[in-house]
Design a binder for this molecule. Sequence first.
Ligand SMILES: Cc1ncc(COP(=O)(O)O)c(C=O)c1O
Length: 386
Amino acid sequence: MSDSSEYFLKTYKRHSPVFVSGSGAILIDKSGKEYLDFLAGIAVVSIGHANKYVAEAIYKQAQTLGHISNYFWSDAQLKLADKLHELVPWGKLFFANSGAEANECAIKIARKWGAPQGKHEIIAAHNSFHGRTYGALSLTGQPKKWTGFTPLLPGCLFADFNSVKSFESCITDKTVAIFIEPIQGEYGVLPAETDFLVGISNLCKKRNLLLILDEVQGGVARTGKWWSHQNYPIASPDIMTSAKGLANGFPIGCCIASENVANAISYGDHGTTFGGSPLASSAALATLEFIEENDLLTHAHKMGEYFDSIFSKIPGVKHVRGFGLMKGVVLEKPIAEDVQKKCFDWGLIINNTNQDVIRIVPPLIVTQEQVIQASEIFSKAVSHLS
Ligand SMILES: Cc1ncc(COP(=O)(O)O)c(C=O)c1O
C-alpha cells in the first residue's frame, strides 16, 4: 500500500486493498482481484458502480454548467425538484451535501417552527444514527460516539426504539419533535415494529409534535418502496431527510418539510454553497430516472425475498430482517466481525454492525446469481468460524 495512507486522520480502520474500478455490483482492486460489493458504499451506489446513465449525465452537465451557487436557479436543480415533487408531493425541499447535513436542516426547521411556542426539545431513539455533525451527533443515541465531544446540542432526549410508552414519557411542554429512522441502519438493520411507528405517528398528531423521519439510509427504493416508511400504514411525516442512494455516489442530501412546517423557514435562515449544484442534481435526476425506468422498486422487493429465502437457510444464521435490499443477517454466535473479514478475504464485501449482525445492502441492480454467489461465500465463512 502507498505510504500516503499515513497522511489521513485515524477516523476509519480500512482494509488494505486499494480499489481502482467497479462495474455494477463488482469492485476491482489494484491487483485485479474482483469483489462482490454487497455494501455498495454503505447503501449509496444504488444503481451500481460506473453506471453509464449517471456517468453520461455528469459528463454532459460538467461540460455545460457545473456550479453557480444557490443565489441562482439552475435548470438541472429545477428538473430534480420536479422529479422529487412527483415522489414526495407533500413537501418543500432543501438540497444539502450529505445525510448529516440534511438532518441538520431538519433540526433547524423543527426548532424554528417550535420557537414561537417556546419548544425546542427533540426526542430520538437509543441506538439511532443520524450523522457526525454536531446536531446530528447530538441526536445519535450512541453515547460512545459522544466521548470527548461534549457538551452537545441541548434539548436532545432519548427513548427506547419500538416503545411508544418510552417516547411518550420523554415528552415535556418543550418538546417539538420526534426524530427516528423507520429502520435503524447502523444498529443492525432493525425495522420499527408496525405498532410502534403507527403509535408514534398518532402520538405526534395528538401532542402537536413534528414527526421527522430519517430516510438517509432506508430511502430511494432501498426497501422496495421509494421511502422506507411507506412499508408502514402511516401518513407522511412532517419532515423527511434523504441522502446516500439519491445520486449513486455523487454527494447530495435533501430535507423535505410539509408546507406549514416549511413556512417557518425564511430567507437567510439556512444555506449551503454546494448543495444541489447542477452536477449533483443531474446525477440525482439520472439515478431516480434509472430506478424508475428499470422498475428497481419491484426488483429490490423480489431480490429481497430471494435473499431471505437463501440466507435464512444458511447454518449459523438465526434470522434475516429488514425490507427489500436493506438486510440485517443475525448470526447465532457473536462472530460478525470475523465473518466480515473472512468474506472480504474471499471477495465479498459486507459490514458487521453489531457482534452478531451483518448488514447487507447491495446495489439495487443485483442479480439472482450474485445473491447465490454471495451466499456461498457467506456460508463458507460462517461455517469456517463456527
Ligand atoms: C440513518 C442515517 N442518517 C444519517 C446518516 C449520515 O449520513 P452522512 O454520512 O451522509 O452524513 C447516516 C449514515 O450512515 C445514516 O445511516
